[in-house]
Ligand binder design. Structure first.
Ligand code: SAM
Length: 277
């Protein structure tokens, strides 16, 4: 008889968030498939669970998927976990679930933490309809295409982001989506948990002064035709206000134009011309 694949959600920071059922499934499984076995070993040790571990991550998922599948087909029960949160959400799992489904294997989700759900509910933005977009691509063209494809979505948009890419992403959001409301949600369930409910331009100013650290979810207001018809996303006033503030702080016109252009992701010349018009 076939075994079962369990998709076990694990904490995204606070270990107390593990569920009773997750612990029971980890204890009764024959083996645990984990994204990073060293990371999962620490989790299992914390809960005094001893289990054979098999690594299953993005770059070995094809061969390792076949191996895991063959063990389940031989009657073993597998618990799939990732480094944090819910498997198959911007994490490995999707392919294994498909392979198991195709082979007639039962797949059972064990609910638990998922960063984007917690970020959405704490964002203060509409939760009735939303689009979870995962990570933006780092490749220039596909990133541009992705952003353009979500620019007119009328409902809340959710992105995952790494700290070292946060500022570039906020600049891209400002340029393509405009200056919307945003909740920047950081380090959920951890000591430095923070929810910054603000606008994209203010978030950008904030993180230019406070270097981003930790894990981030961005929850962005959906497209609102009325607002965007009456107010262009980056107005001349906004550009002049920023540049004049820099000049007042002692910067030369040339440097202020350069800095402002970088801030709004605009060509340097256009800001320079505006300052001299
Ligand atoms: N499967 C996971 C889930 O259920 O949320 C997501 C895995 S994805 C590889 C990792 C990303 O999730 C991070 O870069 C960050 O954007 C987000 N994330 C994970 N833990 C977080 C936390 N404690 N606070 C904020 N964001 C978090």
């Amino acid at each position: 008889m076939n075994g079962v694949l369990y998709l076990v959600a694990t904490p995204i920071g606070n270990l107390s968030d593990i569920s009773q059922r997750a612990l029971e499934v980890l204890k009764m499984s024959d083996f645990v498939a984990a994204e990073d076995t060293r990371h999962t070993l620490k989790l299992l040790n914390h809960f005094h669970i001893k289990k054979p571990l098999v690594s299953y991550y993005e770059h070995n998922k094809i061969q390792r998927g076949e191996y895991i599948l063959s063990r389940i087909l031989n009657g073993e029960t597998c618990a799939l976990v990732t480094d944090a949160g819910t498997p198959a959400i911007s994490d490995p799992g999707e392919d294994l679930v498909r392979q198991c489904g195709d082979a007639g294997i039962t797949v059972i989700p064990i609910p638990g933490p998922c960063a984007f759900v917690q970020a959405l509910i704490v964002s203060g933005l509409p939760t009735g309809r939303f689009s979870f977009e995962g990570f933006l691509s780092v490749t220039k063209n596909s990133r541009k295409e992705h952003l353009e494809s979500i620019a007119k979505l009328p409902h809340t948009i959710i992105l995952y982001e790494a700290p070292h890419k946060l500022i570039a992403t906020l600049k891209d959001l400002l340029r393509v989506l405009g200056d919307r409301k945003i909740a920047v949600v950081r380090e959920l369930t951890k000591i430095h948990e923070q929810v910054l409910r603000t606008t994209v331009s203010e978030a950008l100013s904030y993180f230019e002064q406070t270097p981003p650290k930790g894990e981030f979810v961005l929850v962005i207001e959906g497209y609102c035709p009325k607002d965007s018809e009456t107010a262009p996303s980056i107005s001349q006033e906004m550009i002049l206000e920023k540049a004049n503030a820099l000049i007042a702080a002692g910067m030369s016109k040339k440097d202020a134009a350069k800095e402002t252009a970088a801030f709004f992701n605009l060509p340097k010349n256009s800001v320079y011309k505006l300052l001299h018009s």
